[in-house]
Design a protein around this ligand. Structure first.
Ligand code: LLP
Length: 419
């Protein structure tokens, strides 16, 4: 179905691990990642840029488990981070601080301090006020800090409005027109070294031309900066390359993006930084969930499963499509059904009006393409302990995050005073 995900004698396997057995043993809902699928997608992406100096900084927000980060670190990845927490995770996974970039519109002073202390590669500054804060903290720590500005290229990435970030109306980055002045300001600072430029136009982008348009605009800015003596070493083109959420539609090869970006970056002589998240983790992970009840009402069929919007929020939040297959291949009749979770909200839907082979109570299904923004966006809503995470490698597997317990739910709450 996807690399390393296939039926073997009617049983769905991730690498050589039988997913039905795994679900029985470890329980559901269960996030399962494949080490080799992760490496497959990392290499598919990273090798496309091989002919130029580049750093592939994995977007930690898409899948943040330190075991996942550690596998990618071994493969050569850096990290794209958006909080002190993500920097902490990356360092814990052994990622070289000189391969860590830090973005985000609302970095707190303590987070900036943490980033500077850890000597990361670049802080991607998103406003003049932030620039002042970075300068202040750098002065306090008596340290020179390398920064980039995140510049809004003002292009429409043609993706979901919630994940489109490069429009003029979005909260991200500095405006194109103010960029030169801000770079001058930074260059004149005793503590700041503006040596990068950053843009990110959105996520799940399947139209490569938007990347090209943005990259050309930003490259022009780099030329202008070079002409006034501000040397930009790093050209950070962000993340956002889309994946195929439907296994029957092939994904855009990363090469197609590389072909557009490489000549642009070569011309300006920069090191390219890339921040793919979904592209690497998305199809390296799935969510296993069990049908608890089958409910038929007013000609509607509901499969009520044990994973809810707290486990995988993308369908509820963005009406995102996630392909669903049973872990035991079925040849029976196909029926249209809503796959819904147990949460007390009507919007707790994993799939609406989906044609699926008829399922019965106890059947386990796999929600595909759940490796990105799946577990990392999960919550304890409805006081549901979060799912376990499993990493499969060939015919072995290992728990990389224990299932939460009921006690975990209140572990940080203080006990009410006794009267
Ligand atoms: N770099 C920056 C600055 C970003 O803001 C993002 C994602 C990325 C890189 C990685 O983008 P990716 O390669 O994964 O598309 N929760 C949403 C996606 C939000 C993306 C936010 N920024 C979803 O589930 O679709």
């Amino acid at each position: 179905i996807y690399p390393y995900l296939k039926y073997v004698e009617k049983n769905l396997h991730f690498e050589n691990v039988n997913l039905k057995d795994l679900a029985l043993k470890e329980g559901t809902p269960l996030y399962v990642y494949s080490k080799n699928a992760l490496l497959y997608w990392f290499n598919e992406f990273d090798s496309a840029f091989r002919e130029i100096n580049h750093i592939t900084c994995f977007a930690v927000k898409s899948c943040s488990n330190v075991n996942i980060l550690s596998i990618l670190r071994e493969a050569g990845a850096g990290a794209d981070t958006v909080s002190a927490g993500e920097i902490f995770r990356s360092l814990t996974a052994g990622i070289d601080p000189k391969k860590i970039v830090f973005a985000g519109v609302g970095k707190r002073e303590d987070e900036i301090e943490y980033a500077i202390e850890k000597d990361i590669l670049l802080i991607n500054v998103e406003s003049e006020s932030e620039l002042k804060t970075v300068e202040k903290v750098a002065g306090k720590l008596q340290k020179n800090v390398s920064i980039a500005f995140r510049v809004n290229p003002e292009v429409d990435a043609g993706t979901h409005p919630y994940i489109s970030t490069g429009l003029k109306t979005s909260k991200f980055g500095i405006n194109y027109e103010e960029a030169i002045d801000l770079y001058k300001l930074a260059a004149n600072s005793k503590w700041l070294n503006p040596k990068g430029i950053h843009f990110h136009i959105g996520s799940q982008i399947t139209d490569i031309s938007a990347f090209e348009e943005a990259a050309k605009k930003i490259a022009n800015l780099v030329k202008e900066l070079h002409s006034i003596g501000i040397e930009i070493e790093y050209f950070d083109a962000g993340g956002g390359l889309g994946i195929n959420y439907n296994p029957s539609i092939p994904p855009i090869p990363s090469k197609a993006l590389a072909e557009k970006l490489i000549p642009i970056v070569k011309e300006i002589g920069c090191t390219l930084i890339l921040e793919p998240g979904r592209r690497i983790s998305g199809n390296a992970g799935i969510l296993l969930t069990k049908v608890i009840y089958v409910k038929e009402r007013d000609e509607k069929l509901f499969y009520i499963v044990d994973a809810g919007m707290n486990d995988l929020s993308r369908p509820s939040l963005y009406k995102a499509y996630h392909h669903i297959v049973p872990v035991e291949e079925k040849n029976g009749i196909v029926k249209k059904a809503d796959v819904v979770g147990p949460i007390c909200e009507t919007g707790d839907i994993l799939a609406e009006g989906r044609e699926l082979p008829e399922l019965k109570e106890g059947d386990v299904i796999a929600v595909l393409s759940a490796g990105a923004y799946g577990f990392s966006m999960s919550s304890n809503y409805n006081s549901r302990p979060r799912a376990a995470e499993i990493l499969v490698d060939s015919n072995t597997y290992r728990i990389i995050r224990q299932r939460e317990t009921l006690g975990d739910l209140i572990a940080r709450e203080t006990l009410p005073p006794v009267k």
